[in-house]
Ligand binder design. Structure first.
Ligand SMILES: NC(=O)c1ccc[n+]([C@@H]2O[C@H](COP(=O)([O-])OP(=O)(O)OC[C@H]3O[C@@H](n4cnc5c(N)ncnc54)[C@H](O)[C@@H]3O)[C@@H](O)[C@H]2O)c1
Length: 405
């Protein structure tokens, strides 16, 4: 007997629609599942999207009032896919009502908000999920297996980056992402969180960091409600200030003794969506780039022929066969979400923790707090696990001032 899981989605923009599509696909992709997902209600402030939710996606109902959606007795799981600074209010309300919560990364726009969400869900015993979806790429899972098996020897260095062009056009709209009040921090809350989460999954905890951020495009055309960060204004539109960082770069030390470098930029020109890593060990190396997510570069020092081999994703890699048989029949971005949502809903139905959940979200913001301190101090900073008692003292109080450094 499958356990029925009623789902509310709050925020029906890019990720709200992407997760809803995943939930719709789950029954055909994962027939062995032990749960039956149902799209119960979609909460979205832009009313024009309600028809799409009920018509195109089959939600039983749509509303502009997220509180009413979360409060429904037939909702077991709340997906929080609204802008970052709304996460805390929605997550804590859902937890107080005893719901399980999947929140898009980074869970709140500041480390303090992430900690409060974590505390609320721990108190409610909610099964939590956070949208670190790149973890679920079949070849990322394969790379994890190679590292854990020791095929790369002892890891010596790690290079992570998320270079995206989504903000490279100076006429790209001033959507919520570029606003400290709506997003919280910039790339450190947004795309860098993916790169560092993946690094910690593959190579373990980070112990110290030094880094700094920068803003490159300081004004953008003002956006209307619900505008996508991929939308564009025109010359002569009213302009508003960008108030969080476009770029961050860092050197880090891992607990296992290896060293790492990280960069994230949303205004770079050239790399379009390079969420990528290189891992080097004494016995070999691997590299992966989301832009070519169905390929993994593998170098094994004791292979008869020197050089990188390109491994193409196929049905022998984790979850790949749910989508396509054989080898090199490529998967895409939303397939990662389908795997992620299936893994999360399986954990909910079994009443066990899911990874990545809010523990991992807090692990990331502990690193983020150290990065922000380093940006402020100009020095190496230790990563100190954040909690409700220490988080205020571990994050620079004036986030706006960091951009002036
Ligand atoms: N994991 C990933 O790869 C990934 C990718 C993109 C975004 N994200 C995360 O997903 C979240 C949403 O980002 P997005 O790109 O989908 O943003 P988006 O702007 O496309 O969508 C947000 C939606 O929330 C709606 N909204 C705003 N206020 C609301 C309210 N009070 N009640 C109900 N709805 C409201 C907006 O109208 C909009 O439709 C963010 O936290 C972001 O960091 C994750």
């Amino acid at each position: 007997m499958r356990r029925q899981l009623g789902i509310a989605v709050v925020g029906f923009g890019w990720m709200g629609q992407a997760h809803s599509r995943s939930v719709m696909r789950i029954p055909s992709l994962f027939p062995e599942r032990g749960y039956a997902p149902k799209l119960v209600v979609c909460a979205e402030s832009v009313r024009e999207r309600h028809q799409l939710a009920t018509g195109g996606f089959g939600f039983a109902e749509s509303t502009a009032d997220w509180r009413a959606a979360v409060d429904r007795p037939d909702v077991d799981v709340v997906y929080v896919t609204a802008p970052n600074m709304l996460h805390e209010e929605i997550v804590t309300a859902a937890a107080a009502l005893g719901k399980h919560v999947f929140c898009e990364k980074p869970v709140g726009g500041t480390p303090a908000q992430t900690v409060r969400c974590w505390d609320a869900c721990n108190a409610a015993r909610s099964v939590t999920g956070v949208g670190y979806n790149y973890r679920f790429a079949p070849l990322v899972q394969h790379a994890k297996g190679l590292i854990e098996r020791g095929d790369l020897g002892t890891i010596t260095n790690y290079r992570g980056r998320f270079f995206s062009m989504f903000g490279a056009d100076p006429l790209g709209l001033l959507s919520w992402r570029f606003d400290l009040d709506a997003a919280g921090h910039g790339v450190t809350s947004d795309i860098l969180s993916h790169a560092i989460d993946l690094a910690m999954m593959l190579n373990g905890p980070i112990t110290s960091v030094v880094g700094s951020g920068a803003g490159f495009i300081t004004q953008r055309p003002v956006a209307g409600a619900g505008a996508s960060h991929y939308a564009r204004g025109t010359h002569g539109d009213p302009m508003g200030p960008v108030t969080n960082e476009d770029y961050f770069g860092a050197l880090v030390m891992f607990a296992n003794g290896s060293r790492g470098t990280f960069e994230a930029s949303r205004t770079i020109v050239g790399p379009e969506s390079q969420m990528a890593f290189d891992v080097y060990g004494t016995g070999g190396a691997v590299n992966w780039n989301f832009e070519t997510m169905n390929e993994l570069g593998v170098y094994l020092a004791d292979a008869p022929e020197r050089g990188y081999t390109t491994v193409r994703a196929g049905e022998r890699h984790p979850h790949n066969a749910a989508f396509v048989p054989g080898d090199a029949n490529a998967l895409g971005f939303e397939d990662l979400l389908a795997i992620e949502d299936h893994e999360y809903l399986t954990a909910v139905s079994q009443g066990r923790p899911h990874s990545a959940g809010f523990d991992e979200a807090v692990a990331y913001v502990s690193v983020q707090a150290a990065l922000l301190r380093s940006w402020s101090s100009g020095s190496w900073e230790k990563v100190i696990p954040v909690n409700s008692a220490n988080v205020t003292s571990l994050v620079p109080a004036d986030a706006a001032a960091l951009l002036q450094r």
